[in-house]
Ligand binder design. Structure first.
Ligand code: PRP
Ligand code: URA
Ligand code: MG
Length: 209
């Protein structure tokens, strides 16, 4: 599973454990997701291109290093992706943002698209697709199928939690897309929920249960 990166940093694991607890409030769930997303961004953007820039310190001229945030596009799978998006944008505020609206049909567990909006010139941008949950993989696969139609320069997928079933499905459909996650849980239940998991991410972020 060389294309799968599990971010096992103690801070990430600590916050994820607090989020899993069923008694975590909407407020603390959202705040923790935000903090986790910031920490995960550090790993996910480790290889992003930089360029040298000449600057003046109060004492002399020197050469510093900057990124070009505009070349990055965070692609949020609605709704729950927006919980990760917020944290990522606080670390890379210049990034562009795309949205893909998808929901899982509760009976068939297939993904149904209701919205798609990307920045222009996607072929010049590196896309990071975000969604807290990779369960059956149907939503991530549908989102990446659709995203590939506008030909971004590269694609990564970031989630908080996944399971062997979702990883296998996404890797089979899009072997070129690296996957970043904070944990690989045990399995899916009969309703397509991750066990032990954290429940329905969208409902917990937005308090819609
Ligand atoms: O891997 P899958 O089996 O496709 O499941 C994962 C999807 O399920 C959840 O979205 P949901 O359909 O609940 O929509 P929401 O974000 O609007 O709540 C989650 O945020 C993922 O998008
Ligand atoms: O466990 C799961 C599976 C899919 N979507 C969620 O929000 N949670
Ligand atoms: Mg949901």
């Amino acid at each position: 599973m060389s294309n799968v990166h599990v971010i096992s940093h103690p801070l990430v694991q600590h916050k994820l454990t607090l989020m899993r607890r069923k008694d975590a409030s909407t407020n603390s769930f959202r705040r923790l997701l935000n903090e986790l997303a910031m920490l995960m961004t550090y790993e996910v953007t480790r290889d992003m291109p930089t360029q040298p820039i000449e600057i003046e310190t109060p004492l002399e001229t020197t050469t510093g290093t900057v990124i070009d945030g505009k070349k990055l596009v965070f692609v949020s799978i609605l709704r729950a992706g927006n919980g990760i998006l917020e944290g990522m944008l606080s670390v890379v505020p210049g990034a562009r943002v795309g949205h893909i609206g998808l929901y899982r049909d509760p009976k068939t567990l297939t993904a149904v698209e209701y919205y798609f909006k990307m920045p222009s010139d996607m072929h010049e941008r590196d896309a990071i697709v975000v969604d807290p949950m990779l369960a059956t993989g149907n939503s991530a696969i549908a989102a990446i199928d659709r995203l590939k139609e506008v030909r971004p320069r590269s694609i990564k997928f970031v989630c908080l939690l996944t399971c062997p079933e979702g990883l296998a499905a996404l890797q089979a459909a899009h072997p070129d897309v690296p996957i970043y996650t904070a944990a690989i849980d045990r399995q899916l239940n009969d309703h397509g929920y991750i066990l032990p998991g954290l429940g329905d991410a969208g409902d917990r972020i937005f308090g819609t249960q």
